[in-house]
Design a binder for this molecule. Sequence first.
Ligand code: PEP
Ligand code: MG
Length: 580
Amino acid sequence: MRKIYKGIPVSSGIAVGKALVLADQETLVIKRNIPEESLETEVKRFQAAVEKTKAEIKEMQGKVKKEAGGKHSGIFEAHLMILSDPMLTTAVEKHIRADKLNADYVFANAISGLIQSFESIEDDYLKERASDVKDIGKRVIKNLTEGKQETLADLKEEVIVFARDLSPSDTVTMKREKVKGFCTDLGGKTSHTAIIARALEIPAIVGAQSVSLQVKDGEPVIIDGLLGIVIVQPGEEDLKHYKGKLEEFLKQKIQLSKLKDLPAETLDGYKVELNANIEIEDEAKFVLKHGGTGVGLFRTEFLFLNRKDLPTEDEQYTAYFLAAEYLYPYPVIIRTLDLGGDKFLSHLGLGREENPFLGLRAIRLCLAKPELFKTQLRAILRASELKNIKIMFPMISGIEEFHKAKHILEEVKTELRKKKQKFDDAMELGIMIEIPSASLTADILAKEVDFFSIGSNDLIQYTLAIDRVNSNMAHMYNPLHPAIIRQLKRVVDAAHKEGKWVGMCGEMASDTAFSALLIGLGIDELSTAPVAMPEVKKVLRATTMVAAKKIAEDVLRLSTLDEVKAYMSIVNKGDCKYCK
Ligand code: PEP
Ligand code: MG
């Protein structure tokens, strides 16, 4: 039966195809339909995997008992008890038969439900048991898949992916040729998953409530990444409508691509630096394809995801050098590691945090692990021989943190000089302004850095206290809040007073609804998703700097979000009094 769902559109485009549904698990588990005649074999496969897991646990228990004595082996008893509980195993068998689904998927979802129940218990001891359940889940799934777990990079057919949530590392492995679009129940517009979807130009919707539980494997679906609409079992009319909409979308893309070689310049001749955000060095190609003149943000942490070890200095050097060489003579701003938050790396041995966005993230992690930081800095410095690389530190909260990070950079430079290793000694060093404590002290920071780049994604999150990946709060995440606009003005003024330039690399810079306001506030550089560059350029080329400044002055006088929204909606309709 035809059904329509609504979510948050995060990556434009239309996709028509077949659904591939993933279970709610850290590891990738695909939902598959099982024919009636194979259901008993599927149940037996599940029972065998449970028995195998029990045998493995007993073996480990024996080993630990021998080596460390009986007191530590209790944990295994608990694991065995969970696996022998018919509430879990019988329920899974029942679901396999009733829903005619694969054991991996049914079991993964059952485990996920169990984890959530444990996590919601107030008692700390019982809360901790959630990690035991996770552990068991992983073991049984490994045995069910015989260790040959699929990834989104292995897909053989074209699909539209549905999942409760997708991590940025899952998303970055997607192949554009196979994944025509995706839709998740959770997530916000500036989550790194959404950012990657735009980078890969995959139509995507997030925050679509519980659609992943409703849609069936292989069902025909349409994803409208422009409006955030998902249609399951579309009818003839839908297919016809979307065929036309897709043609229109592609036509517009071709029109926009004609702007590629024109400058990002206002009608009255003000030139805006228009750069791109990239996550992997390969994306450098998209920058030129979409008419960019450099990289305003290279999110280097993506080199660290989806692998079991850390990238070596040489691997990092190669990635940075290739991007800089490909884009030469254009600038490439390399942001040092921003791991943490929604980009978690289990093999750093840091453990999960209660509030990862407020935890050991980005520069804090680098300062806590100086060797990790130094390796990256060495790789960046070595890659700078063409002199078009700049370094930028993320999540700087104040001048002391900047001093600490800069001190380590100086140590690495001294080391390289001793080794007679060439690097660009005059390389610019900037920081991201994405924490209110940095914007409030921008006057102090501006004296010592070469440039600022405003990370609006985090600046909004930390100023308004809205988790950027929480779909329930997405309606309150608004870049036009007066608290944000005032901070932007403050940061620009502080930088310009010291003769420094200011960019913006958060998603606010990619949204054409804000382009005039941002340049009117004095932002010198906009760094956007490659795909957004032509649209932003088009808007800039139809604006005058005189009007943009007046718009910014007016907006700064408004006191409520609703007033700013109403004012900007008039501007974006082209009806503002300065736009005539
Ligand atoms: C930002 O916070 O705006 C930003 C560009 O960094 P990231 O999205 O990687 O946190
Ligand atoms: Mg950020």
